[in-house]
Design a protein around this ligand. Structure first.
Ligand code: HEC
Ligand code: HEC
Length: 217
């Protein structure tokens, strides 16, 4: 964790944020995927029975980091993160304890992530890969790999989400929501707001296309 923490701090400093603003977790709770499986009947309509959603606007949850999933469930439960479609399940989420939310997070995290197919447009792919791997220092855009990893698997311990294979429309919408500060739940949202503020619509289109098709063997 030491190396991870200092990497995180260096990256955050380069984004002019202090590590103090973020909670860097120590030992993390782990949920029970078996219990979680019994708590997600209402979620399948949009997120699929095993966390792979059927619509490009709705995020996949399968294979996502458990700590990230838990944090987002908590934000939806408390109303810090809002979405019209998720609204339908907020009354239900409010009846669940933190330990049950952790179980749901463990369930989706244990499912196999889906792999997407990027649009076969060489120029778009090249721009997306470049942005993802190197950022664009002139525009103040950091490399996404610094926190989401070369393969897009994120970093569960730090609560950094996986982005590989994520639904393409969702990726675009959520990056635009960070850019406009509409997505602002929790301490970590400010990290992504600082990243997204310098992304143009065409940068977002390119990097979302790359992440959707991203997988390394
Ligand atoms: C009617 C459709 C719908 C249902 C039912 C639904 N969701 Fe969602 N969910 C969404 C959409 C759309 C988003 C994206 C929200 C946004 O853009 O902020 C989302 C986002 C999420 C996220 C955040 C994903 C991320 O990558 O940040 C989690 C976690 C989640 N839902 C869990 C659940 C759980 C657990 C249930 C069942 C209790 C559920 N959802 C039911 C549509 C739905
Ligand atoms: C300093 C670390 C850091 C860097 C650099 C970074 N991210 Fe993130 N990213 C995060 C964190 C932390 C979150 C979770 C924020 C939250 O809780 O809302 C996140 C969330 C996201 C999400 C939302 C995932 C979901 O399921 O909703 C996307 C998409 C994303 N980042 C894309 C990118 C892209 C594209 C880049 C590069 C241009 C990038 N990130 C650079 C740390 C980083």
């Amino acid at each position: 964790m030491k190396i991870i923490n200092s990497l995180l701090i260096i990256t955050l400093l380069s984004l002019s944020l202090s590590a103090k603003e973020l909670e860097i977790p120590g030992t993390l709770p782990v949920g029970d995927a078996g219990v979680g499986k019994g708590l997600v009947a209402q979620c399948a309509a949009c997120h699929g029975a095993s966390g792979v959603s059927s619509n490009s606007d709705w995020p996949n949850l399968a294979g996502q980091g458990e700590q990230y999933l838990f944090s987002q469930l908590k934000y939806f439960q408390t109303g810090e993160r809002e979405n019209v479609l998720m609204m339908a399940v907020i009354p239900y989420l409010k009846t669940l304890t933190d330990s049950q939310l952790q179980d749901i997070a463990a369930f989706y995290s244990a499912q196999s992530a889906s792999v997407g197919q990027a649009k076969d447009n060489q120029e778009l792919l090249a721009r997306g890969e470049w942005l993802y791997r190197a950022g664009d220092p002139k525009k103040g855009i950091p490399a996404c790999t610094a926190c989401h990893g070369l393969a897009g698997n994120g970093l569960n311990q730090a609560g950094f989400p996986a982005v590989s294979g994520q639904q393409i429309n969702y990726l675009q919408t959520t990056l635009k929501d960070y850019r406009s500060n509409a997505r602002n739940a929790g301490n970590y949202a400010s990290v992504m707001q600082a990243v997204a503020i310098n992304l143009s619509d065409s940068d977002i289109e390119a990097v979302a296309n790359y992440m959707h098709g991203l997988y390394l063997q």
